[in-house]
Design a protein around this ligand. Structure first.
Ligand code: COS
Length: 379
């Protein structure tokens, strides 16, 4: 694509440019839409694994490079939302193991996920604890060398088709955020309560843990550290949601420009309408500002900055809200075609909606940013 100048920004290096070219070659042949989300996710994960791209999401050396994650999501989302989803979930679903797992657990779980033959899931949210993670009710009770897990998890991506779950539960060392722990649970131990169907279909489910016994060796990190582990994983992956949104916004701008230059109105190209030029300019600025925030957050984390919650939240908040605006503008200037089921702008508007909600709703990102601003001034 001609608009690849951002690859020359100082946030990125030659290794990133080479990686982006590999992802671009993989993504170029992907369809934007798939009818059977379960089958397509399985196929895409395997294809991403065979192409060696999942090594960025599940790195052998344990070094999750956020810039590579963001480049992959940016490029994949521009072509195929489900390919982005399949890539991201292998990383999010194993991030806790990569960062905090024992060598034994890494050796057992990560190779299959890196190959794309086992799908991974991150089980944090519950019916009564979404934004307020510390309110979770799933319990982990110690029983000798085992833990017994009881409760329900919901909105779990890859839920029902994953072979590997990272599950958070209340182990009770202290009240609230300091009393959670993290465990690896194999897919067959999770009971599917219901599959959930969303506007942009991807595998999603509500799941139950009915007295699931896991050996202590499947615990990730120390007991009571679950909240910190979850937040550390989100510190890595939140800016990558911004990157996916950026890819969708680029797709929206592509659609908007194509429409404006090929459709004629009042005897001239649609582009000659001032209102259309304003929409294109706003969309271009939205894309550029999102890219700056996303790659800045990714670069900062890759420099070894321990906490990038503020910058990751800014990237996620801005890029997801911007993608929503750009997709809506693309649909608007397609007239009736913008709302025809299955048309490119209609698919895109469905694709971007959920990003403003998952991995921390926009309102939660504002909480994180506001607290960080207060603390920066206090500290
Ligand atoms: N890295 C490491 N530790 C962190 C952290 C981070 N990024 N963010 C917070 N912590 C620590 C805090 O330092 C605090 O530790 P101490 O008790 O030792 O001081 C502890 O965790 C609790 O933090 P805090 O008081 O900020 O917790 P809150 O309950 O107020 O929750 C929000 C904070 C709302 C930001 C958090 O619950 C959140 O991110 N919610 C959204 C969850 C989400 O993204 N869900 C989607 C699931 S994945 S699809």
């Amino acid at each position: 694509m001609a608009d690849r100048d951002f690859l020359r920004w100082p946030f990125l290096e030659d290794a990133h440019r080479d990686f982006a070219a590999r992802v671009e070659a993989f993504a170029a042949t992907l369809p934007a839409h798939h009818d059977d989300a379960d089958a397509a996710t399985r196929d895409l994960a395997r294809a991403l694994g065979e192409a060696g791209l999942l090594a960025a999401a599940v790195p052998e050396d344990g070094r999750l490079e956020v810039r590579k994650l963001c480049l992959a999501r940016d490029i994949l989302a521009r072509h195929s939302g489900l390919a982005d989803f399949a890539f991201a979930m292998q990383g999010l679903g194993t991030g806790a193991i990569t960062l905090f797992g024992s060598d034994e657990l890494k050796a057992r779980v990560l190779p299959g996920v890196r190959a794309g033959t086992t799908l991974a899931a991150f089980a944090l949210s519950e019916p009564e604890a979404g934004s307020d993670v510390a309110a979770m009710a799933t319990t982990a009770t110690r029983d000798g060398e085992h833990w017994v897990l009881d409760g329900e998890k919901t909105w779990i991506s890859n839920g029902g088709i994953a072979g590997s779950y990272v599950v958070f539960a209340r182990s009770g060392e202290a009240p609230g955020a300091r009393g959670l722990s993290c465990f690896w649970v194999p897919g067959e131990a999770m009971r599917v309560v219901e599959r959930i169907h969303t506007a942009a279909p991807h595998p999603l489910a509500r799941l139950a843990l009915d007295g699931v016994r896991v050996p202590d060796a499947h615990r990730i990190g120390v007991p009571g550290d679950g909240f910190r582990i979850a937040m550390s994983v989100l510190d890595v992956f939140r800016s990558t949601v911004g990157a996916a949104a950026l890819g969708f916004a680029r797709r929206g701008l592509d659609l908007l420009l194509k429409r404006a230059t090929t459709r004629r109105l009042f005897g001239a190209p649609l582009f000659e309408q001032g209102q259309v030029q304003a929409a294109i300019a706003d969309a271009a600025m939205d894309v550029e500002a999102s890219a700056l925030l996303v790659y800045r957050a990714a670069w900062l984390k890759d420099q070894g900055t321990p906490r990038v919650s503020r910058e990751a939240s800014m990237a996620k908040l801005h890029a997801t809200e911007a993608a929503f605006r750009v997709a809506d503008a693309a649909a608007q200037f397609h007239g009736g075609l913008g709302v025809v089921a299955g048309s490119a702008p209609e698919l895109l508007t469905r694709e971007v909606r959920a990003l403003r909600v998952y991995e921390g709703a926009s309102e939660i990102q504002r909480v994180v940013i506001a607290r960080a601003e207060r603390d920066r001034r206090a500290g």
